[in-house]
Ligand binder design. Structure first.
Ligand code: FES
Length: 106
């Protein structure tokens, strides 16, 4: 992770349910944070197809499936794994420091 990021706390790790997305805000950004076991990953909370909240999608392995039209996006890098190959969801850096989840933005 780059040290050039500004890190913002968005909640305690224990507040994030395993296998679910949760919307957090950092400034004006709506961000979907996904917990899978002890891993946390984050995507912009707007599907690149038509803007539906990805936090409300369901997780399948390391992807989130958009609830609107079932395009899916890999949690690591936002690449589209079901839908147009050129489509990509924006990602954010996530870390956990002393039990607090933090999002890094440039
Ligand atoms: S809005 Fe997400 S697939 Fe259509």
């Amino acid at each position: 992770m780059s040290d050039d990021l500004r890190w913002s706390p968005v909640g305690q790790a224990s507040e994030f349910n395993d296998g679910q997305g949760r919307v957090v805000t950092v400034g004006a950004r709506r961000i979907a944070v996904f917990r899978t076991g002890e891993r946390f990953r984050a995507l912009k909370d707007a599907c690149p197809h038509a803007g539906v909240s990805l936090a409300t999608g369901y997780l399948h392995e390391d992807t989130v499936v958009c609830p609107a039209h079932a395009w899916s996006f890999h949690l690591d890098d936002g690449r589209c794994t079901m839908g147009p190959a050129s489509c990509k969801a924006a990602t954010y850096a996530v870390r956990v420091v002393d039990g607090t989840v933090e999002i890094g933005v440039p």
